[in-house]
Design a binder for this molecule. Structure first.
Ligand SMILES: [Zn+2]
Length: 307
């Protein structure tokens, strides 16, 4: 399943905005149901321009849950970004031609501020409208921190990414923007993208997944442990969104990490999601060396399920 479009051991990030349909799963990748009606999962949400589909992989119940946190993030974090970057909308709906921008005007007298106007909202044409977005900066996934420390999703920084600030309209001296972020929804979104990607490329028998349930029930302890970010600044390769695999040795053995980067051209963070441990089949498909077998005494109670 590793053709040239997929990341392989060269670890070249793949672009998720080129159409790609993966083999159908015939099982919900979250709750494991085979009997429920299954629909296609978009690995990256369509609202961010994602075009990779995983057919018959999500039941109605799980789809409703994932759609909810996807939409929360798409609206709150990326609403103006989607308009500004002209990311096509679902079902061919037209993109708005204007963006709502909030300004204020500061008045100075001999260098001292004497008055501040209330915020004013103005509809501006998309091209000249100033726009930016913010993304959380996470620590490394908890599993990679010294034993005893959990991850710290709740302690995050933010960075603003300037899309286009341009010249301000006549008489306006400040731009304001407010963003309400549900950090757990964001961590679930990143985990969902990584989990879907790993199963799309490796198949259900390719890995023992860690996050199927945590994504659906919003288990923050598990998300803390497996979701984080690379702490280095990394040059972007693709223009929009990047995704790739990385095998990482941890104190519990070799783990599969999916690296997710949204809107990479702006120098955004590379999120790391520890999606699971590789099975032999998974290692073959990824063309990575097989992970060493764990010592018998340390075998987990839920042994890898292989078809
Ligand atoms: Zn399900």
């Amino acid at each position: 399943m590793c053709d040239e479009a997929f990341p392989n051991k060269s670890n070249t990030p793949a672009d998720m905005m080129a159409k790609r349909i993966f083999p159908a799963v015939f099982k919900c990748i979250y709750c494991g149901s085979k009997s429920a009606k299954l629909s296609a999962e978009h690995i990256l949400p369509e609202s961010l321009g994602g075009k990779w589909e995983l057919p018959k992989s999500s039941c109605d119940k799980c789809s409703k849950i994932t759609s909810k946190f996807e939409m929360d993030c798409a609206r709150a974090l990326f609403g103006p970004t989607r308009v500004k970057l002209k990311i096509p909308r679902k079902n061919g709906k037209k993109l708005p031609k204007t963006l709502s921008v909030s300004f204020s005007k500061l008045e100075f007298n001999q260098g001292r501020k004497i008055a501040q106007e209330n915020l004013v909202f103005e509809e501006m044409d998309v091209d000249p409208a100033p726009a930016f977005f913010v993304l959380p900066l996470f620590w490394r996934p908890g599993i990679f921190t010294p034993i005893g420390l959990s991850g710290r999703l709740e302690e995050f920084g933010m960075r603003v990414f300037n899309i286009h600030l341009g010249d301000l309209p006549e008489g306006k001296s400040n731009i304001y923007s407010e963003v309400a972020i549900n950090i757990i929804s964001f961590a679930r979104l990143i985990a969902k993208i990584a989990h879907g990607f790993a199963i799309a490329v490796l198949g259900l028998d390719g890995l023992v997944p860690f996050l199927s349930k945590a994504i659906i029930v919003s288990d923050t302890a598990v998300l803390n442990f497996f979701v984080g970010a690379d702490q280095r600044m990394i040059m972007p390769i693709n223009s929009r969104h990047e995704i790739s695999f990385e095998a990482v040795k941890a104190f519990v053995g070799e783990l599969l990490v999916v690296r997710v980067r949204l809107f990479s051209a702006f120098g955004t963070p590379v999120y790391q999601v520890v999606v699971g441990s590789l099975t032999e089949q998974g290692a073959i498909r990824l063309q990575l060396p097989s992970p060493p077998a764990p010592p018998a005494s340390a075998a987990p109670s839920g042994a890898p399920c292989r078809r």
